[in-house]
Design a protein around this ligand. Structure first.
Ligand code: KIV
Length: 359
């Protein structure tokens, strides 16, 4: 009983302090599944739900959304208290290095979704339906959405566009019991017909279309709509016309919430190719790419000059008597050169340890 109490107290502390869970997982020898667990049942006290989002929207509190594609990025979003974590098909560009979002497959997206679901326990998890997996029929759209929830561990899906068939698909997905986020304005999966990554809503006809499409998606049962790359007055009109929250990206400040792509927000991609394609609307809140480059250069330098790993990062010790025995065994095996190498290494480690310096 005392043991049980100690263990459950420890579990409570770990739940409240995720950094401890992180450290204990890193040191743990229990199987990975029992540590990370995979998708969990929704706990309304812990997970952001549609009800929380509606409440925020009613209170006029801005909703925060950021993309994530893997375990560490989703842990960061969770720790920062971001409301919605979008496993966006932007993964095709910022993770896989394609020029557009079109090539990513459903199976690739599901791998990203599962990794994110293991890391983000609090944000509402939304998974993008990738290009080519929902346009052919309503059945295809429902089947793909079911996979995103069942196999990807997501709470909701996002689809792009608002053509009549897309609206029908959105309605059918909602009727299948799956929450749907819409996406209008610049819909990157449609660059073929849009003629590239072009802002939308810049003339009367296009601006009205943005608002009308958003209204149709609301009518179909969507819980929220992303407005991408439209002028602020157009986003303001859509936000005012809709009862559901709008989430803007390159759509100005008058939306119910905002979303940015993780890598863009962090200034992670410093390669000239990516610097060229980082969208104009994106504010870089950090220059993580510079930090990463600096760390990799430092690592390369230290490995090259032999200062890494120092005794500080060579934690596994062997006593002098065990070294002696080991050397004798090596010699008996005829491995004299290996014995000399081991003896030299033991001496060096001893010396650098006692001098307190690096190797
Ligand atoms: O895929 C994505 O990252 C998105 C956001 C830009 C909204 O759809």
């Amino acid at each position: 009983m005392a043991l049980f109490r100690t263990l459950s107290k420890r579990a409570t502390v770990l739940r409240r302090t995720p950094h401890l869970l992180w450290r204990s997982a890193a040191m743990s020898n229990v199987p990975e599944n029992t540590v990370y667990g995979g998708p969990k049942p929704q706990d309304p006290d812990q997970r952001v739900t549609l009800a929380h989002l509606r409440q925020k929207h009613r209170n006029g509190e801005p909703i925060t959304m950021v993309t994530a594609y893997d375990y560490p990025s989703s842990v960061h979003l969770d720790t920062a208290g971001i409301d919605i974590c979008l496993v966006g098909d932007s993964a095709a560009m910022v993770v896989h290095g394609y020029d557009t979002t079109l090539p990513i497959t459903l199976d690739e997206m599901l791998v990203h979704c599962r990794a994110v679901a293991r890391g983000a326990k609090r944000p509402l998890l939304v998974g993008d339906l990738p290009f080519g997996t929902y346009e052919s029929s309503t059945k295809q759209a429902v089947d793909t959405s079911v996979r995103v929830l069942k196999e990807g561990g997501m709470d909701a899906i996002k689809l792009e566009g608002g053509s009549p068939s897309r609206i029908t698909a959105a309605k059918a997905i909602v009727e299948a019991g799956i929450a749907v986020m819409g996406h209008v304005g610049l819909t990157p999966q449609a660059i073929s017909v849009l003629g590239g990554f072009r802002p939308q809503g810049r003339n009367v006809c296009s601006a009205v279309k943005v608002v009308e499409t958003a209204l149709s998606l609301q009518e179909a049962g969507c819980f929220s709509v992303v407005l991408e790359c439209v002028p602020a007055p157009v986003a303001a009109a859509a936000t005012s016309a809709l009862k559901i929250p709008t989430i803007g990206i390159g759509a100005g400040p008058f939306c119910s919430g905002q979303v940015l792509v993780y890598h863009d927000l962090l200034g992670m991609l410093q390669h000239p190719h990516h610097a060229k394609v980082t969208p104009k609307f994106c504010k870089q809140y950090a220059h993580v790419g510079d930090v990463i480059n600096k760390a990799l250069l430092e690592y390369k330098e230290e490995v090259t000059n032999g200062s890494f790993p120092s005794p500080l990062h060579s934690p596994y010790k062997i006593s002098n008597s065990e070294v002696d025995g080991f050397l004798k065994e090596l010699q008996q095996l005829g491995l004299d050169k290996a014995a000399s190498a081991a003896a030299e290494a033991a001496e060096k480690m001893q010396k650098t340890k006692s001098s307190g310096g690096s190797a």
